[in-house]
Design a protein around this ligand. Structure first.
Ligand SMILES: [Zn+2]
Length: 226
């Protein structure tokens, strides 16, 4: 870290705090159990990211225990091994320059769709707002090389959805920053749950493509504080 400028060191310190705090949101929304799940933030204008340490209980995560890695997944600063999904996060940052945050969970209802290799259909206005499309399924991929990262990037490039269900595995979400990626993970589980419940009662009715477009445009251009 001696190579870091003062400003960069302050940015890394802030991101360590933010990434640590956002992990508590994964717990709060019931998206993770034990030590599964992880999130990261890109360090702006640097080939670096801040990510969760591997195998540390959510209750024990602190800003200081977060790991700083370069975008090949090599640890630059930190006292623990980085998340076992570090290679996937790094691959996304290398290939999607607009992405500033990545989240991974095994949240239950999203996994129920991933296990069936079935995209979550766009059948609720909240889903059209947030995802602007179905939530797609990415390929089956084993951990250990770039397969997961490549599957995420190949599926989400050119897709409105910030979430992908990796087949037989779980959810990866992206965002312009880590908080946006966490929001996408929370909303993904919410719409996966509602749609799953609807499916138990019958066949959910799709929203017409033109209406999906109108809802998505309104939510992303008009809704909220401008
Ligand atoms: Zn996983």
């Amino acid at each position: 870290m001696s190579m870091m400028t003062t400003g960069m060191a302050a940015t890394v310190r802030r991101l360590r705090g933010q990434v640590s705090a956002l992990h508590a949101e994964l717990v709060r929304y019931g998206l993770v159990v034990w030590t599964a799940g992880n999130l990261s933030a890109r360090v702006p204008d640097q080939d670096l990211m801040v990510i969760k340490p591997s195998g540390v209980s959510y209750d024990d995560l602190t800003a200081e225990s977060m790991i700083v890695c370069d975008l090949s997944g090599t640890v630059v600063d930190g006292d623990f091994a980085p998340s076992s999904d570090t290679a996937a996060h790094a691959y996304v940052y290398r290939h999607m320059p607009e992405v500033g945050g990545v989240v991974h969970t095994h949240s239950s209802y999203a996994c129920a769709w991933a296990a069936r290799n079935e995209p979550v259909p766009c059948v609720l206005t909240a889903m059209a707002d947030e995802f602007g499309a179905e939530i797609p399924v990415g390929p089956f991929a084993l951990i250990g090389d770039d397969s997961i990262g490549r599957g995420i990037v190949d599926t989400l490039t050119g897709h409105r959805s910030p979430a992908v269900l990796m087949r037989n595995h779980g959810v990866f979400t992206i965002g312009p920053d880590a908080q946006a990626a966490v929001k996408a993970a929370v909303m993904c589980e919410d719409v996966a749950r509602s749609s799953h419940l609807s499916r138990q009662l019958g066949e959910p009715v799709p929203i017409a493509a033109g209406d999906v477009d109108r809802l998505y445009a309104r939510y992303h251009k008009v809704y909220g504080q401008q």
